[in-house]
Design a protein around this ligand. Structure first.
Ligand code: NPW
Ligand code: ADP
Ligand code: K
Length: 494
């Protein structure tokens, strides 16, 4: 990530405030002018998305987000759009107060919101309630307004942040406005891209308000958005020994599916060879379903040790269980001094028996596994996914993928990458097993832990989107991702 690539850099709310301050102090642009520019950009965005809009309602909160709303109301009126403006609370701060006066001096009337007020019929609602200053869950009367806005069925444009969404973390502590478009100002706030936020933000459109690139140069960003990537073409003389050997370990009694999905994804992820260490009862099914896999009966540590010398990467956990068999294989795998991908019971065992690693490791917890690893509950993970993934990476000395909408990848030094792809069709059993196999395959082909995790997460999520594009989200199953995965891996997704 380069410091000035601000469209792929994500910022904390404090970092955005520091950028605002620099624009004001170093570039000499008054805060009120920034507010005017924000309102002008919002009007352009409104017209771009809803060119037919003739009537809008703008709901203004007490802070500067509300100030943006009053100025948008003023500009919309000048542009011949009927704008009804509602205030929730008295404006606080010079700029917001001035913005409200500007709207009123232009002939606009501000209606003080209360529950008896009828919502006007409008083409678009504009949410200017709270932006980066949101401190807590929306109050009940504001939540009631949000419910009524939703009930109209008309689209909503959010200014900067949908109200109720924590722009710093992506958490939504109570109700929040669900919008079609979020026009966000100056810099992308990291909270818009992960956790609960993706369910509210709609399309996020960044407006830099005419500020020069120099503003972002040298400015600290907190995280980076993943970009579409692939691997370079294989050398023509490549042979299977050049492309790594994944050994997938798991599949206790009754959980053959998980290890099959993981190992099949490793094949489709381009590993030269894929072996499976599993229970004897799964061998025939595995071999007949996917003859390219080399399935081995492994009763205990000795049988596993015999397979280790040929492996380049171990994928440990899918269907492993936490019984004596799984635990013994897990211990052997962790002592093997080979690169590891740890998932599912591989992580649950680690939560029970914390330990360090000697080689490169990628851990792929979903929020439930992350909570077990950190000894907290899943709500604590959701409150700040950025903090959780960083803490996991630091505590375990590994690259960690925190899965779920807006998957995050962190390394122990605190670097974080954010995945903006993926869809709720992927909320079905087996999707995580695929990710484990893909990441292992990429490590086997020479990617380091960070590259394998970020590329693996992005390929997996984009494959999910491509599969959903063709057949829809509902009913999407893990194996549907394998063919699109292969296309994406070879840069053939067009
Ligand atoms: N600075 C700049 O250069 C630019 C800033 N810009 C705009 O300013 C926005 C940030 O403005 P902001 O800092 O005034 O915060 P904002 O989001 O309006 O809310 C703060 C107010 O809300 C209140 N409050 C908070 N949560 C609450 C809750 N749940 N329920 C009830 N009240 C709650 C809080 O009260 P308090 O909690 O302090 O009592 C305070 O009064 C930013 O998102 C962007 O739109 C643009 O114009 C571009 C240039
Ligand atoms: N709503 C969603 N949006 C984006 N990605 C999702 C969503 N739901 C699930 N996924 C992805 O699907 C995978 C599910 O993994 P996991 O929960 O481990 O499933 P399983 O254990 O059934 O294999 C993760 O990579 C996750 O990020
Ligand atoms: K808002």
């Amino acid at each position: 990530m380069t410091a000035h690539d601000h469209r792929h850099s994500l910022y904390t709310v404090d970092q955005v405030r520091a950028l605002d301050r620099r624009a004001i102090d170093e570039l000499g642009i008054p805060a009120y002018e920034l507010m005017q520019r924000a309102a002008a950009a919002a009007l352009v965005c409104l017209r771009q998305h809803w060119p037919q809009a003739r009537r809008i309602a703008v709901y203004c909160g007490p802070g500067n987000n509300g100030g943006d709303g009053f100025l948008l109301g003023a500009l919309a009126r000048e542009a011949g759009i009927h704008a009804e403006v509602f205030a929730l609370g008295e404006s606080r701060g010079d700029d917001a107060i001035r913005a409200r006066r500007e709207f009123e001096h232009g002939g606009g009337t501000v209606v003080a919101w209360n529950e008896a007020v009828a919502l006007p019929p409008v083409d678009v609602h504009v949410d200017a309630l709270y932006g980066t200053g949101l401190q807590r869950a929306l109050a009940p009367e504001v939540a009631a307004l949000v419910g009524r806005v939703h009930a109209t069925g008309a689209p909503v444009l959010a200014l900067d942040v949908p109200s109720g969404v924590n722009a710093n973390t992506g958490d939504v502590p109570g109700e929040a406005v669900q919008v079609q478009v979020t026009v966000t100002f100056i810099a992308p706030k990291r909270g818009l891209y992960t956790g609960l936020a993706p369910g509210y933000v709609g399309t996020v459109q960044l407006e830099s308000l005419g500020l020069p690139e120099t503003l972002w140069q040298g400015a600290r960003a907190d995280a980076e958005l993943m970009r579409p990537q692939t691997l370079p073409p294989r050398p023509r003389q490549s042979h299977k020994g050049n492309n790594g050997h994944v050994l997938a370990i798991g599949g206790d009694h009754g959980t053959a599916g998980a290890i099959r999905l993981c190992s099949e994804a490793a094949l489709r992820g381009g590993a030269g060879l894929v072996s499976v260490a599993t229970r004897a009862e799964h061998l025939i099914a595995l071999n007949s379903a996917r003859p390219e896999l080399m399935a081995h009966e492994v009763n205990g540590p000795q049988a596993l040790e015999a397979l280790l010398p040929r492996a380049t990467v171990l994928a440990v956990g899918p269907g492993l269980g936490q019984g004596a068999w799984g635990h013994a294989l897990w211990l052997t795998a962790l002592d093997a001094q080979l690169p590891l991908v740890l998932d599912a019971d591989g992580l649950n065992l680690l939560a029970r028996e914390p330990r360090g690693f000697s080689g490169p490791v990628v851990m792929t917890p979903h929020p439930g596994e992350a909570a077990r690893l950190l000894g907290c509950d899943t709500r604590t993970i959701a409150i700040d996914r950025y903090a959780a993934v960083r803490e996991l990476a630091k505590r375990y000395g590994a690259v960690v993928v925190l899965k779920g909408a807006g998957s995050l990848v962190a390394d122990p030094q605190g670097r974080v990458a954010v995945c903006r792809w993926g869809n709720p069709g992927m909320a079905t059993g087996g999707m995580g097993d695929l990710l484990t196999g893909i990441v292992a395959a990429l490590m086997a082909q020479g990617c380091d832990a960070w590259q394998a995790a970020t590329l693996g997460v992005s390929l997996h999520a984009r494959a999910g989107d491509l599969a959903a594009k063709h057949g829809g989200e509902r009913g999407l199953i893990a194996t549907d991702l394998l063919e699109p995965l292969r296309l994406l891996l070879n840069g053939r997704d067009a």
